[in-house]
Design a protein around this ligand. Structure first.
Ligand code: BTN
Length: 319
């Protein structure tokens, strides 16, 4: 019921009468009053005026299951949210959920991770209240070899959601970092459990720096946050819901062909290195090339200095 009341308050700029709420939700006045008090305790600024009803004065940046679910406008992705104030890693929890039958689309969100995981065994700093730390469980029924493309779909979706909400010039650094003004604001870690030629489940972990203003010395030159770059105030639940909306839409396009045929044009529009020089580090070898965009398998097409065109699979690329 808390989720429904939040939804109603958010959708109404004017007062909503207690009677209206009771009738609409089929509950008692006391029950509504109790929920209002709970919400106030959680930090929502709710004005209650006799004979008029309740009004939400400000949208605070609060995370809870109800808050996130009340923003969600999807069919499957993030319809069910599992929320933690603190957890080791949302990826670790999501992998456990992935073992369950009906977990496709469940979103795990935390306010803080104490063992956040990055790619290549690195740690991912996830302090309280300063980012979006979330993992989506998927059971896509595709071949393990095609799974890396889902990470690209996720990256494109994060990028589009941030651009739409904050007008930020946010771009993709292939394969799956999101950058603003050349510095990383988001990383994606996809992990999967496979059986022979079959994906049992896949978890897509997304970490976005929201309001960190100062980064540790070793990250100063490479990392940033949305608020630092754009100055816009970010409501994390709103951003999470916008990302899930984009992700679901793009995932459905991907699933039609099980490749990026329908998305690569869009992806290449956001590619930070398109038509620019990149350095490829491949099997210990370093060379320069021009990035031409991704192909339908998600590989990066490049042109080397001697005019040869080829595809890069998993080599590290720096702009
Ligand atoms: C990277 O190294 O760029 C990937 C970082 C991924 C971090 C996210 S935060 C939510 C999810 N849980 C984790 O432990 N890691 C991912």
């Amino acid at each position: 019921m808390k989720k429904e009341i939040l939804k109603i308050l958010k959708n109404n700029k004017e007062y909503v009468s207690g009677q209206e709420l009771c009738k609409g939700l089929g509950v008692s006045r006391t029950a509504v009053w109790k929920v209002m008090n709970q919400l106030k305790e959680e930090g929502y600024e709710i004005e209650s005026v006799s004979k008029k009803g309740y009004k939400l004065l400000d949208k605070p940046d609060i995370l809870s299951r109800e808050e996130i679910e009340s923003q969600m406008d999807t069919e499957v992705f993030g319809k069910k949210v599992v929320y933690f104030d603190e957890i080791d890693s949302t990826n670790i929890y999501a992998k456990k959920l992935g073992e369950e039958m009906d977990s496709h689309g469940i979103l795990v969100v935390a306010d803080r991770q104490i063992q956040g995981k990055g790619r290549r065994g690195r740690d991912w700093d996830s302090p309280k209240g300063s980012g979006v730390w979330m993992t989506l469980v998927l059971k896509p029924g595709i071949k393990p070899a095609d799974a890396s493309m889902i990470t690209l779909v996720a990256g494109l979706s994060v990028c589009k959601a941030i651009q739409k909400l904050y007008g930020a010039n946010c771009l993709i650094k292939w394969p799956n970092d999101i950058v603003i003004n050349g510095k990383k604001i988001c990383g994606i870690l996809t992990e999967m459990s496979t059986e022979f030629d079959y994906i049992n489940h896949l978890v897509v972990g997304i970490g976005i720096n929201i309001n960190t203003m100062e980064f540790p010395e070793e990250l100063k030159l490479t990392a940033t946050s949305i608020e630092k770059e754009c100055g816009s105030r970010v409501l994390r639940s709103e951003l999470i819901a916008a990302i899930m909306k984009e992700f679901e839409l793009n995932y459905n396009i991907f699933m039609e062909t099980c490749d990026l045929e329908g998305l690569m044009k869009d992806y290449n529009k956001y590619l930070v290195s398109i038509n620019k020089e990149v350095v490829i580090i491949e099997a210990g070898q370093k060379y320069e090339a021009i990035a031409l965009g991704i192909n339908k398998n998600g590989e990066l097409r490049i042109r080397t200095k001697d005019g040869e065109e080829k595809n890069v699979f998993s080599g590290e690329v720096s702009v």
